[in-house]
Write a protein that binds this ligand. Structure first.
Ligand SMILES: [Zn+2]
Length: 273
């Protein structure tokens, strides 16, 4: 059997699969210590050991990876510098793309692009059914600049896509149009009830997203763009905005698809074994 582990901002998730990649069992463990503490490295090691009793283990990790070490995990900084050389692992967005392209929404397509909309924007590229990594870091679509001299991004640049299409971007627009601090979920609930300002939040977010999607389509001309992550639940609310700006130069636009798997990162991690 194979186990896919998803190391995320809220904790550790794992799914045990049989040889046909059907789910056999699942686990979830929230982080027990502060995510800034190095102690969470031990929790991760213990969790992996426990999962090994069910089969071989593949891991999808939040944050970037360099020289087999977790280089930058802003949502769990306690993991920074952790060495993973003895494991099969990749960053969570790549695992998401492997899972969705082999078993999920991207399955019918040879060339597809993957985006996760959450705290930030993650990206991955699948060409001829294979993950394309560049020198190791390809797919940082969240830091594609869509506005000159735009909002300052933690990466040091200005006007990055993820400053306009992410949880923090939606929260910022929520504050602007609804005049209070609300989560994207609360804003989407209001929008679904017909609140005009809440709708405007997602429409404007969609307009920015459409610019990013246009750029990606013009560069890759993929058959499909698969979208996951927490904010993907509000794609319908963004649609009007997306349609306004998503205008790539090719005659046939790529299909915009919502991710299909329940745990795409776990699936991708298990498939990578
Ligand atoms: Zn950036």
């Amino acid at each position: 059997m194979k186990v896919g582990v998803d190391v995320g901002g809220t904790g550790l998730r794992a799914v045990v699969y049989d040889n046909q990649y059907r789910e056999v069992k699942r686990f979830f463990e929230p982080w027990k210590e502060s995510k800034k503490s190095k102690k969470i490295q031990k929790q991760l090691t213990d969790f992996i050991k426990k999962m090994h009793t069910h089969g071989s283990v593949g891991i999808g990790l939040l944050g970037s990876i360099k020289n087999n070490k977790i280089n930058n995990a802003p949502n769990a900084p306690g993991l920074n510098e952790m060495n993973l050389a003895k494991y099969v692992f990749d960053n969570d967005v790549n695992m998401f793309a492997v899972g969705e392209s082999k078993m999920g929404a991207g399955k019918p397509y040879r060339n597809s692009i993957y985006l996760t909309l959450g705290t930030g924007v993650g990206g991955a590229i699948v060409i001829d059914k294979k993950l394309y990594n560049g020198k190791g870091g390809a797919g940082e679509f969240g830091h594609m600049i869509i506005i000159k001299d735009g909002r300052k991004c933690p990466c040091g640049q200005k006007g990055c896509l993820e400053e306009y299409v992410s949880v923090r971007a939606v929260e910022r627009l929520g504050k602007k149009y609804l005049r209070k601090n609300m989560t994207p979920l609360q804003i989407s609930e209001l929008a679904l009830k017909g609140n005009k300002n809440a709708k405007k939040v997602f429409q404007e977010t969609g307009e920015y997203f459409g610019i990013g999607l246009t750029n990606l389509s013009n560069i890759f001309d993929p058959e499909a763009i698969v979208i996951g992550g927490g904010l993907s639940g509000s794609l319908n609310l963004m649609e009007k905005g997306i349609n306004k700006t998503f205008k790539p130069s090719m005659v046939v636009k790529p299909k915009l698809l919502k991710a299909k798997l329940k745990d795409p990162v776990c699936m991708g991690a298990a498939l990578s074994l």
